[in-house]
Design a protein around this ligand. Structure first.
Ligand code: F6R
Length: 361
């Protein structure tokens, strides 16, 4: 049931404030992170995060969080590489497998590879009865509710939320965050459903921009820090449902090759909240503007005021606590892909050649 929406994807994008609110209510009780006993990170040397597609980009964001909030070294890989690479696994480590369906063949094989080699395997899944959930030592549901659209939206932000809570727990367990710092981060997460609700109000503006994006042959997405994996996710979402070629890059990589693509016909989406790396990202953006690239700056009021001049368009999101910006900025990335696909008339919920659950490698 699409509940009055034109597509499941639109419904699932709109559901995010509610499902994230539910997940927060489940995982945070009386100001404390509520995870099963045994989720303790103090003695670990390393974490390994493995997934495919959008779930891999959630892991890629989480790597920044575990490193910065908990000082915990993290290795990430896509499951199809990880499983055949057969990497050595430190004994004092955990491996976390992130999957919406819980049935992705490569992710399941990667989980089986780690069994007996690491201290604990953990599944972060949407389907609690799935193979990955059953075979892992511990399964943590992301509580996104059934996701029908092939393009993952609410599962991505719920994966990010659960991974953020694990990173905060790790930070506290390892003495990187004191009680007050933990409380401040939890308060920041608690504000996200409201902020996402506000971000959804940008939809009509994005719908107008999408008419123009639909004409593009290629689109680049740029970001720095934890916004870099979000740039990758924005590009994946756009290509899978609108069939427009899109690439995500770390902003600093632009001058190492992709800048050669820039001309008047290439829209460049710059994901840049006004954070500690903002000036660096803006200087990369200026390089695009100098070559007549059409920049869509996705930022906040401060960022727009400082750097909006000369851009093709500028989206203003509410301000958000720095580490968790990728959760909020996922919303415009999803909406850009959605409205561009609608403008092109593609089959949004069932894009060509794609399946919701990839049970063969
Ligand atoms: C993209 C998308 C895919 C999945 C990937 C992993 O929108 O949906 O990239 O994220 O196939 O699927 P799960 O999470 O079910 O393991």
């Amino acid at each position: 049931d699409k509940a009055g929406f034109k597509h499941f994807m639109a419904k699932e994008i709109a559901e995010q404030p509610a499902v994230l609110g539910n997940a927060l209510a489940h995982y945070v009780k009386d100001g404390q992170i509520n995870l099963p006993a045994g989720v303790a990170f103090a003695g670990l040397d390393r974490l390994t995060l493995v997934a495919c597609g959008t779930a891999f980009y959630a892991c890629s964001v989480a790597k920044y969080w575990f490193e910065s909030l908990a000082g915990l070294p993290v290795e990430i890989d896509v499951a199809s590489e990880f499983r055949y690479r057969e990497p050595p696994m430190p004994a004092r480590s955990w491996a976390i497998f992130v999957s919406q369906s819980g049935e992705t063949a490569d992710t399941l094989a990667a989980l089986r590879y780690c069994q007996g080699k690491v201290e604990k395997t953990v599944a972060v899944v949407n389907v609690p009865t799935s193979s990955i959930a059953r075979e892992a030592d511990l399964a943590l549901p992301i509580l996104a509710g059934i996701e029908v659209g092939v393009a993952s939206t609410k599962a991505f932000t719920c994966q990010l939320l659960v991974l953020a809570l694990l990173a905060l727990k790790a930070g506290h367990d390892r003495g990187h965050l004191d009680d007050a710092q933990l409380a401040a981060h939890l308060a920041a997460l608690a504000r996200l459903p409201g902020l996402i609700h506000q971000a959804l109000a940008v939809a009509p503006e994005i719908e107008k921009l999408a008419e123009h994006l639909a004409e593009a042959q290629d689109v680049l997405f740029l970001g720095r820090g934890p916004m870099y994996p979000l740039a990758l996710e924005g590009a994946l979402k756009l290509k899978e449902i609108s069939y427009i070629h899109a690439e995500g890059y770390a902003s600093g990589e632009l001058k190492h090759g992709p800048i050669a693509l820039i001309d008047r016909t290439v829209p460049v989406v710059v994901m840049a909240p006004h954070d500690r790396l903002f000036d660096k990202t803006v200087s990369n953006m200026q390089e695009v503007l100098a070559r007549h690239g059409q920049v869509l700056l996705v930022s906040d009021a401060r960022g727009a005021a400082e750097a909006g001049a000369g851009t093709w368009a500028c989206l203003r999101l509410p301000e958000v606590a720095e580490p968790f910006a990728p959760i909020l900025y996922a919303i415009p990335a999803q909406l850009l892909a959605y409205y561009t696909a609608v403008a092109k008339g593609t089959d949004v919920d069932q894009p060509r050649n794609l399946a919701k659950s990839v049970t063969v490698e």
